[in-house]
Write a protein that binds this ligand. Structure first.
Ligand code: NAD
Ligand code: UFG
Length: 326
């Protein structure tokens, strides 16, 4: 595929890595973002149209000004705990925003969409590795909102010929090996940036949420997938949609789980000093173990993660932490 790609939410953490990869591969890129959690600095020299995906008039102006080959949709509110406290904001932004975007695509004859979904659609795992057929029972409004959008995309694909791929990321981690962009959220809730802030002394002592889980060391196990590997999967999804009709969903992970304490230990090695931490209560809504089977993505998208070593992933995040500009 060639041409212009619309990246909604492209000023955010994962979106900005996507924008860089698309530009490196010769695509024209337009970012549409309301900068609610994104950063202008993360997409320097890229065309940015500021706006909200729920604003139909803004989308009409955008689609009228450019001819898009495909759309990537990273916009969302994505804090699990906040979604429990403010569910309407999550359904409004995540479900309402996706409906608005797909309606605009339909009005303007754009028929290919890659959607950012999540491991949170599964809920408590029933098997060691989670594949696409695993039951979907989200534990929180955030996961429900993403599952609703997947359902909606499948229905629109069946009724109107939309081609859509939902990529269910497990734990996005790391930063561009080329530097300059990385994860910057406020508040930051994700483990690896919080571990690095604690190690560097630029944040509080790390709180380990729960040491009484049924795992090898009592702390939660997660599948950390490098953000550039996620971006590469989106490129594969674009190619896939030129061949395949309909709606498809793929799980994207490393296939290996690491506990919170293992992440702390690996970060200590990368940084060269111990990470100060304390044990805290379990965080509501955290499943004990979440590890992906990405076999379907390997088979159908020809995608494999390339940066699979935990220390290498943390090293890339540490590089960003030290140069962080926004
Ligand atoms: P992020 O908050 O850094 O990026 C989201 C971007 O969307 C931001 O630039 C924000 O300003 C923009 N945005 C939000 N609502 C908008 C709206 N209504 N209109 C226009 N722009 C809007 O988040 P991220 O960590 O990069 O995650 C990107 C996507 O991936 C999200 O959909 C998230 O749910 C999903 N996801 C993330 C992870 C993870 O580990 N980070 C895991 C699974 C799924
Ligand atoms: N954790 C801590 N201390 C912290 C932060 C996190 O102990 O300061 C623990 C959490 O309890 C969890 C693990 O580290 O066990 C990973 O937590 P993150 O917040 O980094 O990531 P989550 O697994 O909660 O969430 C991520 C994405 C969500 C997505 C989810 C799917 O942020 O968008 O994966 O599993 F829905």
């Amino acid at each position: 595929m060639t041409g212009t790609i619309l990246v909604c939410g492209g000023a955010g953490y994962i979106g900005s890595h996507m924008v860089r990869l698309l530009a490196d591969r010769g695509f024209e890129v337009v970012v549409f973002d309301d900068l609610s959690t994104g950063h202008r600095e993360s997409i320097a020299n890229v065309e940015l149209v500021e706006g909200d995906v729920r604003d139909a008039a803004a989308l009409d102006a955008l689609f009228g000004a450019f001819r898009f080959e495909a759309v990537m949709h990273f916009c969302a509110k994505s804090l699990v705990g906040e979604s429990v406290l403010k569910p309407l904001e999550y359904y409004e932004n995540n479900v309402g925003g996706s409906i608005s975007l797909v309606q605009a695509m339909q009005r303007h004859g754009v028929d290919k969409l890659v959607f950012s979904s999540t491991a949170a659609v599964f809920g408590e795992p029933e098997s060691e590795l989670i594949d696409e057929d695993h039951p979907k029972s989200p534990l929180n409004p955030y996961g429900h909102s993403k599952l609703m959008v997947e359902r909606m995309l499948a229905d629109v694909a069946a009724a109107h010929g939309l081609r859509a791929v939902a990529l269910r990321y497990f734990n996005a981690a790391g930063a561009s090996l080329a530097g300059g962009i990385g994860e910057s959220h406020d508040p930051e809730t994700h483990l690896i940036p919080n571990v690095l802030k604690a190690a560097a002394g630029s944040g509080p002592r790390l709180k380990v949420f729960g040491t009484d889980y049924d795992t090898r060391d009592g702390t939660c196990v997660r599948d950390y997938i490098h953000v550039d590997d996620l971006a590469r999967a989106h490129l594969a999804a674009l190619e896939f949609m030129t061949r395949e009709e309909g709606f498809h969903a793929f799980n994207l992970g490393n296939g290996q789980g690491f506990s919170v304490l293992e992440v702390i230990q690996a970060a200590g090695k990368v940084v060269g000093r111990d990470v100060p931490y304390e044990v805290a209560e379990r965080r509501a809504g955290d499943p004990a173990v979440l590890v992906a089977s990405s076999a379907l993505a390997a088979k159908k998208l020809g995608w494999q993660p390339e940066i699979t070593d935990l220390e290498a992933i943390i090293e890339s995040a540490w590089h960003w932490h030290r140069e962080q500009r926004y």
